[in-house]
Ligand binder design. Structure first.
Ligand SMILES: [Zn+2]
Length: 254
């Protein structure tokens, strides 16, 4: 899958503090607390300082503004762990300077939007939070799953702070809901609720099965609306029976 960047960013300041192209596909998101109610501009000054040797892919200011410092294609220097940084999109969120390092409501809202956007563009329909370091790091995510990891697992830090850490289960559930997935591991297909999507790509292939390995049956066009009756690996089955479409090229109708 080609790397893309979030359309939600309103500020970009590229940091030299990165390792170039990441070694592994994106399967994780690591949320951090800044320990300061900073703006995205000030955070950008910190992350572009070669002396500081730190960066993140994205930052969220105290006012909810979203910035990019390292493109998603590249490994940021954020979680003190090469293996994690090579797999994760890292997000720094402006926070208080003392425990529990609370973040403003508007910043938290932006965080949910950004996590959902990252998942969607990277073909993920489910966010997985396993609050046990050993189990989480040993977990092999399915193709449609994004795993949350935290800095405190890799360094002697409280990051992302108890305010955000205690919300990780809620973040996973809320974003999974927005992505149209299920937050229950044992959910069966019988519980699937059909929903409408609008095509956002100019032209989108309809394939016989959920993957690019299946034959193209037909094509659909931008702004056409379809009912999805089943999901698999980021693909949605059309109610018409015409086949499957990639859900990352559609927008869910509300
Ligand atoms: Zn951190």
């Amino acid at each position: 899958m080609a790397y893309t960047n979030s359309p939600l960013i309103t500020y970009t300041k590229l940091s030299p503090n990165n390792s170039g192209q990441r070694k592994y596909p994106i399967t994780r998101i690591s949320i951090h607390c800044v320990v300061g109610q900073l703006s995205v501009e000030t955070l950008g000054d910190v992350f572009t300082s070669k002396k500081r040797q730190v960066s993140s892919n994205y930052g969220i200011g105290y006012d909810g503004k979203i910035a990019m410092y390292v493109p998603e294609s590249n490994r940021s220097w954020c979680t003190s762990n090469s293996d994690n940084d090579n797999r994760a999109i890292t997000i720094e969120v402006a926070s208080d300077t003392t425990s529990p390092y609370a973040v403003k409501d508007v910043a938290y809202k932006s965080l949910l939007d950004l996590v959902a956007d990252i998942c969607k563009r990277n073909g993920k329909t489910k966010v997985v939070w396993i609050a046990d370091k050993t189990k989480a790091l040993a977990y092999t995510p399915a193709a449609n799953e994004m795993v949350l990891t935290v800095h405190r697992w890799f360094a002697n830090k409280s990051c992302p702070g108890d305010y955000l850490y205690s919300r990780h289960a809620a973040i996973a559930a809320e974003v999974t809901k927005r992505l149209g997935g299920s937050d229950s591991k044992s959910s069966g297909s019988s519980t699937f609720t059909p929903y409408l999507v609008k095509v956002t790509a100019a032209v989108l292939n309809v394939r016989k099965g959920p993957g690019t390995g299946y034959a193209i049956q037909t094509q659909v066009r931008k702004n056409e609306v379809f009912t999805i009756v089943s999901e698999e690996k980021g693909w949605g089955k059309l109610k018409s029976g015409a086949g499957w479409i990639r859900l990352s090229y559609t927008a869910k109708k509300k």
